[in-house]
Design a protein around this ligand. Sequence first.
Ligand code: MN
Length: 241
Amino acid sequence: MTALFVSDLHLDASRPAATDCFLRFLAGPARDAGTLYVLGDLFEAWIGDDAAGPHERAILDALRRYTKAGYRCFLLRGNRDFLVGDLFAADTGVGLLADETRIELAGNQALLMHGDTLCTDDRSYQAYRRLVHRPAVQTLYLALPVRVRSGLAAYARRRSMAANAGKSAAIMDVNPSAVVDALRRHAVSLLIHGHTHRPAVHALEVDGRAARRIVLGAWYEQGSVLHWTTAGPELRNLSFG
Ligand code: MN
């Protein structure tokens, strides 16, 4: 049994090397596994399932070919692609997961998250997240013309970049108590997430028990994939070239 985990690919038409790498991955190495989990931010931006352009369509087609070939793929939405919805799922055969999902992984109970909700020290981001996750706000936004949605998304990204430039690295990392709370809430000793772009396997202790937090890497200079085999977890890089 092998499960693969990726996150934070931030696929965008402006970075074709990352998209090519993911398409090659889906057609090749991802087929050595039974299940592929995408833990958020597959796309740099997702402004609605009805707004997919040619770049997005190529990725949807590749995902559909992957699931049609009998491989299972699940996606947990990130802070960039939280508007991925039912049409995307129907188009691709990819199963959508709740923001906090517990799975069984070779006898381990694992909690999957994108990771943004663990960054509780970033108060302004958490306030923004609460706003854009309101169903009424999403309904209003998705009713706007694609051109207007696109402009608003670009504005939000510029605001976020400007705000992040003034935030310390510690504020934008996970809060240790939020990690412990999540592990306790789901009664697990393993958490897999992305978002912070700091790939690592962290050992910690929760209520006297050993626990692990595995962080996936971003696909900027290279791809990053967590392989979970019977031998355990291993973070591997995928070359863009
Ligand atoms: Mn993210």
